[in-house]
Write a protein that binds this ligand. Structure first.
Ligand SMILES: Nc1ncnc2c1ncn2[C@@H]1O[C@H](COP(=O)(O)OP(=O)(O)O)[C@@H](O)[C@H]1O
Ligand SMILES: [Mg+2]
Length: 375
């Protein structure tokens, strides 16, 4: 008896996505099923090209289908299509699937460094990535991405007559920063409403186009920019960067509180400068005992995305304008960044699904109105 489509789909139902807790058939991941006698071919379309469980899903799918009597060979193609979020009518960035903010309690913890390397790692995995520098007080993305001194031009859409600023492309990532737009050396005294207006412009007046992930480098702390962003952009969530000092993690806790009150999900904690990576042998020596990142994650019940060692090549690369995942892909830091990028993409998919579930249940998709946070 020839193998039937039902048999193959039943076999594939045994493959459960460990993060989304559903089987790949129910999730709609199985596409283009072709039965050619004893030869079976199909595609598994994942929610992100950076999926950390890609290989596991592929080998399980192959195994279960090969186990069907009468099947001789299985050909699985792995692809990815980042699922879209619910778009609001007044959405400033309707073609961006996931807008993710990177925040920290204080400056100097490596927030921009982490943002840049995660963006490049996601782009290297095949995703369409944008990077918006919303650190109005110290825009450092142009320097770190080797784009200092660039002057973006504007393009007018002939149909709508609307002019938009064209992002600068570096390492496969679309960049926009106030650093490109401000006159060099001119200090700006920022007042709250100006910050909100600027964040709005960086979202709405930039030709971001279709993106899977737009990472936003926020200024440190809990000031106007994070609040404006949470109001203006439907954030998939926020990543908190901290360092192994308890002081830093306590301050990071304040960020967690702020974003919770703004109704932006916390996607996880990244601990930067955890241990020292030897410049010659690449082994990582712990300096502080324990992990304040893990402690923070446990305390607030948020995912721990991983740690990045303190590595001199990271800051050298940043100063030279070449992200360290590109400049030193062989070192532990690059491995860490790639792993964290995968986990972040995974969290984005999970949150994307959570929202779809809410839609099905009923009215819970409406985001609560923003309430000012008292200082
Ligand atoms: N893992 C790391 N190893 C070594 N140096 C780092 C690391 N992360 C960040 N740095 C350096 O620390 C400094 C502050 O980082 P930056 O990303 O600008 O922090 P923030 O954006 O939080 O102010 C920079 O000089 C950067 O190169
Ligand atoms: Mg910074």
């Amino acid at each position: 008896m020839p193998v039937t489509e039902t048999q193959v789909l039943d076999a594939l139902r045994k493959v459960v996505d460990p993060d989304l807790h559903r089987d790949i058939v129910t999730l709609g991941f199985v596409k283009n099923l072709v039965l050619d006698g004893a030869k079976i071919a199909f595609t598994i379309e994942l929610t992100t090209p950076a999926c950390p469980v890609k290989e596991i899903l592929q080998s399980e799918a192959e195994g279960h289908v090969l186990a069907i009597e009468g099947v001789d060979s299985v050909q699985v193609e792995m692809t990815a299509q980042v699922r879209t979020r619910e778009t609001k009518q007044d959405d400033l960035i309707p073609d961006v699937k996931h807008c993710i903010a990177i925040a920290s309690g204080k400056g100097g913890v490596g927030k921009s460094t982490v943002t840049v390397n995660l963006a490049v790692a996601l782009a290297q995995s095949g995703a369409r990535v944008g990077l918006m520098d919303a650190d109005v007080y110290g825009p450092s993305i142009p320097m770190m991405m080797g784009a200092a001194g660039e002057q973006p031009f504007t393009r007018t859409d002939p149909d709508t007559g609307q002019s938009k600023i064209v992002p600068i492309l570096r390492y496969g990532v679309k960049l926009m920063s106030l650093g490109f737009l401000l006159e060099e050396g001119k200090a700006v005294l920022w007042r709250g409403p100006m910050v909100a207006g600027t964040v709005r412009q960086l979202l709405a007046d930039v030709e971001w186009g279709e993106l899977d992930y737009l990472l936003v480098d926020l200024p440190p702390g809990t000031g106007d920019a994070p609040m404006s962003l949470a109001q203006l952009a439907p954030l998939t969530g926020v990543v908190i960067v901290t360092t192994p000092h308890h002081v830093a993690s306590n301050i990071a806790g304040k960020s967690v509180h702020l974003f919770r009150r703004l109704n932006a999900p916390i996607m996880g904690v990244v601990e930067n400068m955890a241990g020292f990576a030897c410049p010659t042998c690449n082994t990582v020596t712990p300096i502080f005992s324990g992990s304040s990142g893990e402690e923070l994650a446990a305390e607030y019940k948020i995912p721990y995305l991983g740690s990045i060692p303190l590595d001199p090549t990271v800051s050298q690369a940043g100063d030279k304008g070449v992200p360290s995942v590109v400049a030193h892909p062989e070192r532990r830091q690059a491995e860490s960044f790639k792993e964290i990028a995968g986990k972040l993409a995974q969290q984005a998919s999970i949150l994307g699904y959570a929202r779809k579930d809410l839609t099905r249940i009923g009215d819970a998709t409406e985001r609560p109105k923003f309430k000012p946070v008292e200082s």
